[in-house]
Design a protein around this ligand. Structure first.
Ligand code: ADP
Ligand code: ZN
Length: 753
């Protein structure tokens, strides 16, 4: 390569507002794209990432790179490309995108590997030599024998314990030349305490075979590249959307697809929603791959810096070839990527609600395209976006329509609460109460679902009409009876629950509305002999509470489990034959074009918890709008029917997936400045946005005030989202706002409040 040697590197500096400069490459260094470097900036030295290499530069006064951090580039060119794309698409600073791709603990290069001391014999010792040593120093002879028997180096602490000697003895033996003591890297393994029993593959049923065949063909096509050749040799295949009803065996397909990828010498990423990243899920994967001695790395938001550091390096070095994690695991530094699987792809938690506001599933598809690897999206209730992509041929659609072992779909009964609530209670209608009774009689288990925690939702004075509102947010405070507090679910503001009206001092203060705490209370009163437990963010504050409660439920120690969406996802309990949905309308009447879709998904997912064993399951759905399409289609397990009706409406209303929805939030603790800034921004956009963009009015957000900030919204829609993002960036760059006004751009927004 004559012309090939680059002389300059473009370096994106950390924490500098996205500035990149050219630096000269000293002869001794050979950085690559993705290398971390230290470079001089004025009088200081800063960390940065090499994002490009070139033979020429137009910049003047170019200085040399000071130092290369680490032997290998921390990021692949594909991941850098992904960060650049993310900044462009989501209209966020490149800095923020890079921070997401490269975790802080790696960027800062401050946390190192954990080391421990190991000892080994310096040389072979004959039996005579050992006997001679034994006569002089029997303890030392013990150490020698222990190491000889072990046949490999031993951890010094363990060695000392085994032989009953002090550390000094080992050090002294090292000095004498009998032993070699050295330090060794060890991983901080977040699952170190658990043991995994290897489990084998299941024999697939007919439907699974057909699905697996297609998935395997895709995997084989992308992994066909010769051993050792880079991504260049791979062929691109379409992403696959796997629509499989709950309990149809999708996870088994994931397991076998990953197995195939490993066999071909490639690696895999599996994304699961944070909420279902339970020990149960992780265990299932670790056990399966324990059989083939493949290491699984787990990434989630509760890892310590040290654990994250080690998991990251385990992946980067290629030791762990399977990565399971929540949304940010889509950026895992996996080398030879064969497949990215997104389980429950419809889940909203894949969307990050802070900058960069990326969607993990969309990034998975893009990364799949960049790395030419297979992408498999799975769900029992695919998002309208993904299903539309399948309908238009962008994705390949595969289906599993039957539950494994021919279990029937649960029978769903809708209870019209407009009639029931009058004669019974708004929490337990007669049909639901009777259904629970019969389960208790048969020692079967019940799940009761309500997506709102707390005891009651509003504290209302019947006399003067006073409602306890949060001082920082425009919402009513929720009464938590157990804690005797009223709490804001937006900002966490907390106050002692008053005994009488704070306004007119009337003692007849009322708590209205229902939360999980009240459901638990009502159920315990109705069924005094039953064991009732609650599972929501309040009850699960202790670290192990979640694990314990699930364990107790699985072993049948709990009869009725009351909970929020925490219990809606992916849990398997064969003895649960009844699921009660206390109020199915909760999510329907909110100003969000996805309200129907979410309700349909939630009902279907919750219903899927019923009847996973030998007994057929039943679901009782309580609703004040029993004929709402989302409820009716869910009742008939009719995804296609729901999709057809909903997609027609979305098209008519020019909503996603037919357009991209961009939501701009302007907020300020100062009411007038928030409004004025929204007005100004709106005017500027009107002047300079490209054609094809629908610009909505500026209006107060549904949640007008939050954390003491006044909030305004401007909604935009466009088919060409990149054009819109770039135009927006232009407008925002030219706009100067008062210091206390913040603007947030959310591309493909999910959170519309
Ligand atoms: P899903 O992910 O679609 O909800 P799972 O993969 O979790 O479904 O499967 C549901 C249950 O059926 C699990 O307990 C799983 O072990 C079992 N299962 C899946 N496939 C098979 C099969 N081919 N034969 C026997 N059991 C299976
Ligand atoms: Zn608040």
């Amino acid at each position: 390569m004559l012309a090939g040697m680059p002389k300059y590197a473009r370096v994106l500096l950390d924490d500098s507002g996205g500035r990149a400069f050219d630096y000269e490459i000293p002869e001794a260094l050979s950085p690559a794209v993705g290398s971390r470097v230290r470079v001089p900036v004025r009088t200081r030295t800063l960390l940065g990432t090499v994002i490009g290499l070139s033979e020429t530069t137009e910049a003047g006064g170019v200085r040399p790179i000071s130092e290369l951090v680490g032997n290998e580039p921390e990021l692949s060119p594909q991941l850098i490309r992904l960060a650049e794309w993310m900044a462009d698409y989501y209209c966020c600073p490149i800095e923020a995108a890079m921070r997401t791709v490269l975790p802080n603990v790696i960027r800062k290069a401050e946390v190192g590997h954990k080391v421990r001391l190991v000892a080994r014999l310096a040389r072979d010792m004959s039996a005579e030599e050992i006997a001679a040593l034994d006569a002089k120093a029997p303890r030392q002879a013990d150490v020698v024998v222990a190491l000889r028997d072990a046949g490999k180096p031993m951890h010094v602490t363990e060695l000392c314990e085994a032989c009953g000697v002090a550390h000094q003895t080992v050090q002294a033996m090292a000095k004498k030349g009998l032993l070699v003591v050295e330090s060794e890297k060890v991983d901080r393994d977040p699952c170190a305490r658990d043991e995994f029993v290897a489990s084998g593959k299941l024999e697939l049923n007919e439907e699974q075979i057909a699905v697996f065949k297609r998935v395997a063909e895709g995997v084989d096509a992308v992994c066909a590249a010769e051993q050792g050749s880079a991504a260049g040799g791979k062929r691109e295949v379409k992403p696959v959307l796997l629509h499989g009803v709950t309990g149809s065996g999708k996870t088994e397909i994931y397991l076998q697809a990953i197995d195939r990828v490993l066999e071909r010498g490639f690696s895999a990423i599996l994304l699961v929603p944070e909420i279902s990243l339970t020990p149960q899920t992780v265990e299932r994967f670790k056990s399966r791959f324990a059989a083939t001695h493949h290491e699984v790395a787990v990434l989630h938001s509760h890892l310590s810096d040290g654990e994250r550091h080690d998991e990251w390096h385990r992946i980067r070095s290629g030791r762990a070839r399977i990565v399971i994690g929540a949304r940010s695991a889509v950026f895992a530094p996996v080398g030879r990527l064969g497949i990215i699987i997104v389980d429950e792809e419809h889940e909203n938690s894949y969307k990050q609600e802070e900058t960069p506001r990326y969607h993990g599933r969309d990034i998975a598809v893009l990364r799949g395209h960049l790395e030419k690897c297979a992408v498999l999206l799975g769900s029992a209730t695919p998002s309208l976006e993904s299903f539309h992509n399948a309908a238009t041929g962008k994705y390949e659609l595969l289906r599993l329509t039957l539950r494994v072992d021919d279990q029937k779909m649960p029978f769903i009964r809708i209870v019209d609460m407009r009639l029931e609530a009058k004669k019974s209670s708004p929490i337990l209608s007669d049909p639901l109460r009777t259904a629970i009774e019969s389960r208790l009689a048969k020692s079967e288990q019940t799940i009761l679902f309500l997506n709102r925690r707390g005891f009651s939702t509003t504290l209302l004075c019947g006399k003067c009409g006073f409602v306890a509102e949060c001082p920082n947010c425009s919402v009513a405070l929720t009464f938590h009876r157990g804690a005797g507090r009223i709490v804001c679910h937006i900002c966490g503001h907390i106050a002692v629950a008053p005994g009488k009206c704070p306004s007119c001092k009337d003692p007849g203060i009322k708590y209205t509305g229902i939360g999980t705490e009240k459901v638990e209370d009502a159920v315990a009163q109705t069924f005094p002999k039953a064991v009732v437990r609650r599972m929501d963010a309040d009850a699960m504050q202790r670290r192990d509470a979640y694990r314990e409660t699930l364990g107790a439920f699985r072993t049948g120690k709990i009869d009725i489990l009351v909970g929020t969406q925490m219990i809606a996802k992916g849990l398997h309990f064969p003895n649960v034959t009844l699921v009660g949905i206390v109020n199915a309308d909760m999510g329907l009447h909110i100003p969000d074009f996805r309200a129907s879709e979410r309700t349909f998904q939630l009902l279907t997912q919750v219903a899927g918890r019923a009847g996973r064993g030998d007994v057929e399951g039943e679901v009782v759905v309580q609703s004040y709008t029993p004929f709402h399409p989302a409820i009716q289609f869910a009742r008939h397990h009719d995804f296609d029917g729901f999709f057809e009706q909903e997609i027609e409406w979305r098209e008519k209303m020019n909503q996603p997936p037919f357009t991209h929805f961009v939501l701009i939030t302007i907020r300020s603790p100062h009411e007038g400045r928030a409004q004025l800034s929204a007005e100004t921004l709106h005017r500027r956009m009107k002047e300079s946005l490209p054609p094809g963009v629908t610009l909505g009015d500026f209006a107060p957000a549904p949640l007008e005030k939050s954390h003491g900030n006044f909030r305004w919204h401007i909604a935009l829609r466009s088919r060409a989202v990149l054009k819109l993002s770039r135009a927006l960036r232009g407008v925002l760059d030219r706009l100067t706002l008062p210091e206390d006004v913040f603007v947030v751009v959310d591309v493909d927004a999910y959170q519309l409040m």
